[in-house]
Design a protein around this ligand. Sequence first.
Ligand SMILES: [Zn+2]
Length: 427
Amino acid sequence: MLRDGVRLERSQWWSKERLQKIQKRKLQEIVRHAYQNVPFYRHLYDSAQISSNNLTRFSNVEGLPFVTRQDLRDTPLQDRTAAGIDVSKCRPNTTSGSTGTPVTVLDDSRFAAGQEVVSLRPLLAAGIRPWHRVCRIWGDPNNQPQLANKLGMYSDIKNRLYKRVFGTEDIHNHLKFYSAWNPDVIIATPSYFRALFWFGEKEQVKLSFKVAVSLGELLDDATRKRIGDRFHANVIDTYGLTESGDIAWECPAHCGYHINVESVFVEFRTDDGPAAQGEAGRVYVTSLDRKTTPVIRYFTGDVATPTDEECPCGRGLPLMKDIQGRIIDFILMKDGSHISPHTVMSRVRGIEGVENFKLTQKGDSSIELQVRTRTEKSEEALRTLRHRCLELFGEVPLNIDLVDEIEGERGPKFRPVESHLTQVSGS
Ligand SMILES: [Zn+2]
């Protein structure tokens, strides 16, 4: 573990060519492993008539089929799991649902530990050291990486200097905690930061952090600026998916996001094929370390721009920039409480017959819900939906619209849960 950490700290400074060589070797290994051991990939590649000879000598993934979130959803976990894996030693990791119906993958101990090391990169790069106080906000107390925790680096120091708080708890308590404990670093989603501005302003609490790390959702420019201004923090954004792990992180030189090429292979594509340097493309990712439930040429749903610009920091890790992805918000209640967008999404997504939705909280606190349903189930779905909304939001004025298509739902900037109350101007 510690060895992995030291190696990763070193390898980011290696030349692009040396890193590419490692990436290519790992890419070949994972494709071969998936074909030989995972029913889903074997079937996928066989149906695409990719000969196993070609596959085992594969040096270039061009030609392998792409995989969508829907493909993973439609395939039972068992068929996506490599043969010979002791599933009881793995932790199921489920996506938050901001990108649609949740998908589950399995984290084995090696992957989880590797991810923990990779996630330290942006912190170390921003000058954070083991003696600094770090506070990370988790969406849900039931979804903690306990495995990584057990195997974690610096676990002793971590228990004293690393605190977790939960986005589902009362943010007023968080404000008291920050004022008392004075963390140097705060790690949270943009939706949490926006809720924190709102509560902090109301309570007139002034907070400051050395570094604010944003993760899990798209960080828009207005929220980024506000985090920097309000918390006097150096803002570092990160980009990753539950399915693939951490993909890229913003360099403190603020020239773009360094791609963790030792653990992911990222492709940018337009309708005509690979995007050119400086051209925006759809982002596809292959995890080079996820052996239990491999994720290969997986469409992230996001758009970003690859760039061959050299970063002044001197790292050999290539850069990407201008990430366009999904934004979500906390919903604020009149009694001063809040509801996490992840709670909203999991409550609505689970309803039979609901295909997609967009929930908007207006400036007067009322809620508008656009829903697309399967026609044969729409009446039942609407009834359940009203009931769930009543449980979630109480007597807040609610308007539900049944629609054939939700505006913007297919674009990378779709906002499934949006609140005009926490909106930062310019976003
Ligand atoms: Zn850099």
